[in-house]
Design a protein around this ligand. Sequence first.
Ligand SMILES: NC(=O)c1ccc[n+]([C@@H]2O[C@H](COP(=O)([O-])OP(=O)(O)OC[C@H]3O[C@@H](n4cnc5c(N)ncnc54)[C@H](O)[C@@H]3O)[C@@H](O)[C@H]2O)c1
Ligand SMILES: O=C(O)C1=N[C@H](C(=O)O)CCC1
Length: 249
Amino acid sequence: MKITLVGNGRMGRQIADVVAASGTHVIDRVLDVNDTISAGSFEGTDVIIDFTVRSAFLANYPALVASGVPVVVGTTGWDDVMPQVREAVAVEGSSLFYSANYSLGVNIFFRTLREAARLIAPFEQFDIALSEQHHTGKADFPSGTAIKAAEEILKSNPRKRKVVRELEDGRKLQSDELQVASIRLGSVFGVHSALIDSESDTIELTHTAKNRTSFASGAVRAAEWLVQRHAAAPGFYTMDDFLNDLFSA
Ligand SMILES: NC(=O)c1ccc[n+]([C@@H]2O[C@H](COP(=O)([O-])OP(=O)(O)OC[C@H]3O[C@@H](n4cnc5c(N)ncnc54)[C@H](O)[C@@H]3O)[C@@H](O)[C@H]2O)c1
Ligand SMILES: O=C(O)C1=N[C@H](C(=O)O)CCC1
């Protein structure tokens, strides 16, 4: 595949390394903040992989989608505009794959968490909260991964109804509120924990990223899958579509 990278930061460079090491694909173009991006920027490329920042993604997604080239998006922090992005993909008949986290390990963590949240739901003695830690260069909080983990808990445990990202002094957390706490620390690649507590015990589920390789190799695998999928059925895809294929194969 000829891959165009949008974003030449920590993740863009990691993807270029993974692609170079694989010897299977090539990086066709690398576009960053000083490039003018339009639908025409992607002519002749097979797939676009975008790891930028919220503001860049909001500015660029109409061009990415209008190019007709399938797009894998790793950029986080734009969940609030998901309906508009889905609509643009449908109108253009293009394909876009989004995951807040392309690591297989994190996606196994999500499924484990979904089950844990379901199992504790009937037992009021068990409370649950989430924490995430990332490097100080990260622009968004909570992490996209933590937002997705929180969605899994809300779906599986009716005792939690809304997410609280920051606590205000003097206000107690309500029992139906799910706290998601964010820490920015040094060069941490990403640590996500679900903390389950009762009077008798604690259960902790933690995923710790040891480097960025699994994010990058997961994004490249998602790109391979999306190129095939786009040819058969263009649309908006997520990790669940990809993993359901992978796990059932
Ligand atoms: N989905 C995943 O698996 C996963 C993994 C790691 C990081 N991320 C997310 O990926 C994103 C990038 O992370 P990073 O650590 O590489 O960040 P980074 O800050 O190192 O890189 C972002 C890059 O985007 C570029 N950029 C800014 N504005 C642009 C524009 N208008 N057009 C094109 N490029 C532009 C910046 O110059 C920079 O090179 C973040 O949102 C992060 O949360 C997702
Ligand atoms: O380093 C980052 O930035 C990461 N961002 C993603 C998120 O917001 O969940 C994935 C983990 C690393």
